[in-house]
Design a protein around this ligand. Structure first.
Ligand code: HEM
Ligand code: ISQ
Length: 155
């Protein structure tokens, strides 16, 4: 099952539309994860050390959430070009280490995927179609597979 130019375009076009609002989208994405899986809360240091800083102003929260979107976009481009997702080795190692240390398990990747898709659907409802959903899913799943594989090596 190849990844077409049209699929890449759906992913990149919707991210372009979301990007100006990435501040609030990042927060919604984050909060959606805990609506689906409240048990995932203690894994995130944002919630532990956000004592006096309101969550919406947490700089790492926004940066990390945006990174998930951007990496899924990069994954879409790679899938279209090469049919495969390769994450830069240093980035992959770091991501695997962070996630293993935080106690992330395979099942959490499904939670984050659902939260990501819900967030996009809510952010760009006028663009949302089954085709767009499928394209983001494929891009995310392949990215998640690369991270999960590296996590097994790091564990
Ligand atoms: C941290 C991306 C999946 C939980 C991070 C960071 C990035 C990131 C960029 C910042 C730290 C670093 O760069 O090493 C991603 C991507 C994912 C993914 C691209 C999937 C494709 C997940 C899943 C969970 C999760 C499934 C589980 C709910 C966390 C936690 C941290 C983190 C707990 C540490 C935050 C902190 O306390 O500083 N992630 N992540 N991530 N991620 Fe993910
Ligand atoms: C880190 N990893 C996965 C999802 C995230 C969402 C919001 C903030 C940080 C994240």
């Amino acid at each position: 099952m190849g990844f077409s130019e049209a699929q890449e375009e759906l992913v990149l076009r919707s991210w372009k539309a979301m990007k100006p609002g990435s501040e609030s989208i990042a927060l919604k994405f984050f909060l959606r994860i805990f609506e689906i899986a409240p048990a995932a809360k203690p894994m995130f240091s944002f919630l532990r050390d956000s004592g006096d800083v309101p969550l919406e102003n947490h700089p790492k929260l926004k940066a990390h959430a945006v990174t998930v979107f951007v990496m899924a976009c990069e994954s879409a481009t790679q899938l279209r070009k090469t049919g495969d997702v390769k994450v830069r080795e240093a980035t992959l190692r770091r991501l695997a280490a962070t996630h293993v240390k935080a106690g992330v398990a395979d099942a959490h990747f499904e939670v984050v995927k659902t939260a990501l898709l819900d967030t996009i659907k809510e952010a760009v409802p006028e663009m949302w179609t089954p085709e767009m959903k499928g394209a983001w899913e494929e891009a995310y799943d392949q990215l998640a597979a690369a991270i999960k594989e590296e996590m097994k090596l790091a564990a």
